[in-house]
Write a protein that binds this ligand. Structure first.
Ligand SMILES: Cc1cc2nc3c(=O)[nH]c(=O)nc-3n(C[C@H](O)[C@H](O)[C@H](O)COP(=O)(O)O)c2cc1C
Ligand code: SF4
Length: 156
């Protein structure tokens, strides 16, 4: 795998696929407008990327809603024909299912919930469907090896 940063996109290539991790910084940082974001993504599609993951820098804030890039990801999915992946704030299986079954988002990805509960997906598969225990406090960003600070008290 090889990756490189260019503009607001992180390009990740495997032998057969080119995925773009796109920083949609319109919502919080106002770095680019939504129109510009859409243009960048469409340009990537024209150049032949295989999928786009809608993400963003510096946005994983305390108390932020679930799926906070959904609006842009939804619009993007309506505009392009490649798979759209959405990251950021997914905490409950109900909301995640609702997104996957009611719109054209192909995949969801998670980061902090899996730091908090590495076996979260297994737990959900086993029908223990309470939401992720991650409270999005962001403390794991600054701990050694990015461990969850609640690890000793929260059970997997
Ligand atoms: C410890 C840690 C390290 C991260 N490192 C990166 C990174 O190097 N590049 C990146 O694009 N996002 C990085 N992220 C952001 C996540 O990929 C993700 O976009 C963000 O945490 C929001 O998703 P979540 O609510 O599922 O955690 C990092 C997140 C955490 C918690
Ligand atoms: S420290 Fe734990 S609860 Fe806080 S954001 Fe990280 S994984 Fe979530």
């Amino acid at each position: 795998m090889r990756s490189f940063v260019k503009s607001k996109c992180l390009f990740i290539t495997t032998r057969r696929r080119l995925n773009v991790l796109f920083e949609n910084n319109t919502a919080i940082k106002q770095i680019q407008t939504e129109k510009e974001s859409m243009q960048i993504c469409k340009h990537c599609v024209e150049k032949g990327v295989d999928s786009i993951e809608v993400s963003g820098n510096g946005i994983s804030l305390v108390g932020i809603n679930e799926a906070y890039f959904l609006d842009f990801a939804k619009k993007l999915a309506d505009e392009v024909s490649i798979p759209i992946i959405l990251v950021g704030g997914h905490r409950s299986i109900n909301n995640m299912n609702q997104i996957l079954h009611s719109m054209d988002i192909s995949f969801l990805s998670m980061s902090r919930p899996l730091i908090c509960e590495p076996f979260l997906v297994k737990r959900w598969q086993e029908n223990e469907l309470t939401p992720s225990k991650c409270i999005s406090c962001n403390s794991c960003y600054s701990t050694f090896a990015h461990r969850c600070i609640f690890k000793k008290t929260l059970q997997n």
